[in-house]
Write a protein of this length. Structure first.
Length: 271
């Protein structure tokens, strides 16, 4: 193996079990790596007990639509993949030209607050009191550090619809809450910032689930992982970009029937 390359192996299983047969279900799946410079996808497969249809969304993310075609008490999604990440970078750039006119529209989109990323007075003051235009990256890392120190990583403390302010006030959350507060702070400064969903290799908690971080536009996209207070490197595999968690949730959908639902998830992100 080339020492300049970090290889990431992913195995991700999600299984839904229901009391009675589902009559209908559709799931939107964002679990395919983005096509970026410095990233080589050796193999990547999505398997399910129902049909999956691939398409590309307006932000360039590959998504799959899973459509249930017959009654069932189970719904299975399995991801297996192998990806090479080239070392020595703190970001991995899009393949399209940096002069793409669409970028201006996207930057405007990523400046706008969403319901999940609205700031309160404390977040606003943290952002404006810490950010320094002459030392942008280091001051953003200081903001990330302040957020991580306040928000104790606590599984189960928040849900998928928890807002940045709610997580801030209860001082507990997970990586998506860290990312939402960071987005809230950076957008409060007037800088474009976007939510990133992906996998992180090597961290005990993050390698057992999907992870979340942010990318900030400083003439180029710079990835910052608030949970680990560091810049993104070759151990981070990006799956999708969006305005917040709900815009690119790894798996999200609707169903009819089935009664009570039980979900089982198993994720391995290794070398």
């Amino acid at each position: 193996m080339n020492k300049r390359v970090n290889r990431i192996k992913v195995h991700h299983e999600t299984r839904y079990e229901y009391e009675t047969d589902l009559s209908y279900a559709i799931q939107r799946i964002y679990l395919t790596p983005r096509q970026l410079k410095g990233v080589r996808i050796i193999s990547w497969k999505i398997k399910s007990n129902f049909d999956c249809f691939s398409q590309v969304d307006s932000l360039g993310n590959e998504l799959h639509l899973l459509v249930m075609s017959k009654p069932s008490k189970t719904l299975n999604i399995e991801i297996t993949g192998l990806v090479d990440m080239y070392k020595g970078r703190t970001r991995f750039g899009e393949r399209q030209s940096s002069q793409d006119k669409k970028k201006e529209m996207f930057h405007y989109l990523f400046k706008k607050f969403t319901d999940l990323t609205m700031p309160n007075k404390e977040i606003y003051e943290l952002a404006h009191g810490t950010f320094r235009a002459k030392d942008q990256v280091n001051s953003l890392l200081l903001i990330a550090e302040a957020i991580e120190e306040r928000i104790e990583y606590t599984k189960g403390a928040t849900g998928v619809k928890t807002t940045a302010v709610e997580a801030w006030e209860q001082k507990a959350g997970v990586c998506q809450d860290h990312a939402h507060i960071m987005l809230s702070a950076v957008r409060a400064i007037g800088i474009p910032a976007r939510y990133v969903s992906g996998y992180l290799q090597g961290e005990s908690d993050a390698s057992q689930a999907t992870h979340a971080w942010v990318e900030v536009w400083l003439g180029k996209w710079i990835g910052i992982d608030v949970t680990n207070k560091k810049l993104v490197d070759e151990k981070f595999l990006s799956l999708a970009i969006g305005t917040d968690y709900l815009s690119i949730a790894p798996i999200r959908g609707v169903r009819q029937g089935g009664g009570n639902e039980h979900m089982y998830v198993k994720v391995s992100v290794s070398e």
